[in-house]
Design a protein around this ligand. Sequence first.
Ligand code: CAA
Length: 259
Amino acid sequence: MALEFLKIQDEGFVRLVTISRPKALNALNTGVLAELMAEMQRAEADPGCRVVVLTGEGKAFVAGGDIAQMSEMNPAQALKYAEQGHALMRFMEGMTKVVIAAINGYALGGGSELALGCDIVIASRSAKIGQPEVKLGIIPGFGGTQRLARVVGRNAAKEWVLTGDMYTAEQAMRIGFVNKVVDDDKVVAEAMDMAKRIAANGPVAVAVAKKAINEGLQMPLNQALEYEASVFANLFDTHDQKEGTKAFLQKRTPKFEGK
Ligand code: CAA
């Protein structure tokens, strides 16, 4: 498929996906959302891809949903648009592959929500992050009122969503939105480096660990611990578990096959 809004680059098991609509600060119109969904589906199905790094071209990661498109929408169209955004973030969360956001600049509205749908967030020191939707007379529609509160807590989420203020990467790291802040010219390199470390680990274990954290957060603790024990036990039937433990004892690097 010819891509209009994305650039793709593979380095070993890591796929770098760059959103490239710089004239509109990479705003998520329906076309960008559709291409992102198709690329995530392709990454999920590709055994040659273990981790996706998502970044933006130019001065923005993503400056939000597309305000020009939204200005013309009626409620039925807005619902469809929100559902398209939700479908993408839910697909990313459900992937067996890991998705890392490399926030290179503005991550506002739908851009902040896209990062919230990723597993890990690295941000450049000068990045600006926030949920400014109320300034437009709307609210976050791609999961911001829900995921932000779950990631940073109720009160911080309310401050972000109700003021619409922009925050620095350091401020976003202090409340747990961002994992790591790096110099502007290092953000993609840092995300790629972390992605490669994850890609070198047992792929089945990485997928099961991601799922255990995501699913467990939806459960009461006792049920979540039972869930963890059962998926931990299931791994003892995998090639990767045999290879990983044997390689340690034989003092060599494991050759994981993802099965
Ligand atoms: N949608 C559509 N176009 C956008 C856009 C967006 N979210 N953000 C920026 N653009 C466009 C601008 O209209 C401008 O286009 P023109 O050159 O054709 O005029 C171009 O990108 C460059 O933007 P600016 O001139 O505004 O750049 P700046 O450096 O002066 O300001 C900014 C940067 C502070 C990020 C500013 O662009 C801005 O505030 N953008 C909107 C941020 C926003 O409100 N995001 C939330 C959108 S609503 C949403 O996301 C809902 C949801 O949950 C899905």
